[in-house]
Design a protein around this ligand. Structure first.
Ligand code: PBG
Length: 323
């Protein structure tokens, strides 16, 4: 045998030198649920270890995460049912607790990067990402609402906007709105290939945002399709997206890979709630080693080609890395 691959694995130092993929806290985006009020740290039952925070409780939590090296956060609002309506008007309301919290966080922690979803579902009484009429999800009629939401978030100080609804033409529409209002420096990370997935369950529990009727299959993608992801990516790229996201991550590593090969802008992946919940549940039963499984999962998403990863594991992984 003159070729023995094991020689390159014979010590920890050699393995480290030859390691092809790196994963650190700088690659992670931490999704966080925010609730109106004071003194709230309310655990999401289907996503243990994750909470709906009120802003006063969230501030010390972010301080802790910053010390662990997590600088980027995606904040989601858990909106009171009474404030939801058909047109998601609370998303751009004057006294919106979520927009106020963005202001507070950017003020208190100027070094952090804040990301936000632009989609109607957390604010919609129909629980859909777009306007609903006679059971249909309207596309073009939804765009002006997304524009208002994006502008309100930009005014509050958001760094990255994440159009997450899979409507057609939303990146172009939001980019134009941001630019004509002077927010040319606000980035867009498009949810480019977002699949109609079973793995969003715990997230919808956290925000109570599940569709009141029907499903999301007329806007989110069919899990069977890969070439369609290339079409979505091409459109988002041409419409001015700065980064392209694939979601979920684990069942879609091939999609992350194919976008990375074909587009010369950063690719990100959303390691979604259901993917994390599976690991929490198995670890709780003692069926796998949590820290090692999490590290392997995040590494695999990076190896597939993701530059950044949105993950509920962010804080635990950061603690594990520090050890
Ligand atoms: C809503 C949105 C969803 C997620 C992020 N933004 C859920 C959905 O489309 O129903 C899911 C994230 C997760 O499961 O962690 N536009």
């Amino acid at each position: 045998m003159n070729i023995r691959p094991r020689r390159n694995r014979k010590s920890s130092a050699i393995r480290a030198m030859l390691e092809e993929t790196k994963i650190g806290t700088e690659h992670l985006i931490y999704p966080i649920f925010l609730k109106d009020g004071k003194g709230i740290k309310d655990e999401v039952s289907s996503l243990p270890n994750n909470y709906r925070w009120s802003i006063d409780k969230l501030i010390p939590e972010i301080e802790e995460c910053l010390k662990l090296g997590i600088y980027t956060y995606d904040i989601f609002p858990a909106v009171d049912e009474a404030l939801k309506d058909k047109i998601a008007s609370y998303s751009y309301a004057e006294d919106n607790f979520y927009l106020n919290a963005i202001r507070t966080l950017k003020d208190k922690f100027p070094e952090i990067v804040l990301m936000s979803d632009v989609a109607m579902d957390p604010y919609s009484s129909d629980g859909h990402d777009g306007l609903v009429e006679d059971g249909k999800i309207l596309n073009d009629e939804t765009l002006p609402i997304l524009n208002k939401m994006a502008l309100a978030q930009a005014q509050a100080g958001i760094d990255i906007i994440g159009p997450s609804d899979m409507m057609d033409g939303r990146v172009e529409s939001i980019r134009e709105t941001l630019d004509i209002n002077g927010y040319t420096y606000v980035s867009i990370m498009s949810y480019t290939a977002k699949y109609a997935s079973a793995f969003y369950g715990p997230f919808r529990d956290a925000l109570n945002s599940a569709p009141k009727s029907g499903d999301k299959k007329t806007y989110q993608m069919n899990p069977a399709n890969k070439r369609e992801a290339l079409l979505e990516a091409e459109l988002d790229f041409l419409e001015g997206a700065d980064m392209l996201m694939v979601k979920p991550a684990l069942c879609y590593l091939d999609i992350i890979h194919v976008l990375k090969e074909n587009f010369n802008i950063p690719i990100t992946a959303y390691n979604v709630s259901g993917e994390c919940a599976m690991v929490y549940a198995a670890a709780e039963k003692g069926w796998l080693n949590y820290d090692i499984a999490v590290a392997e999962i995040l590494l695999s998403i990076r190896r597939a080609g993701a530059d950044g990863i949105l993950t509920y594991f962010a804080k635990d992984f950061a603690k594990f890395k520090k050890k």
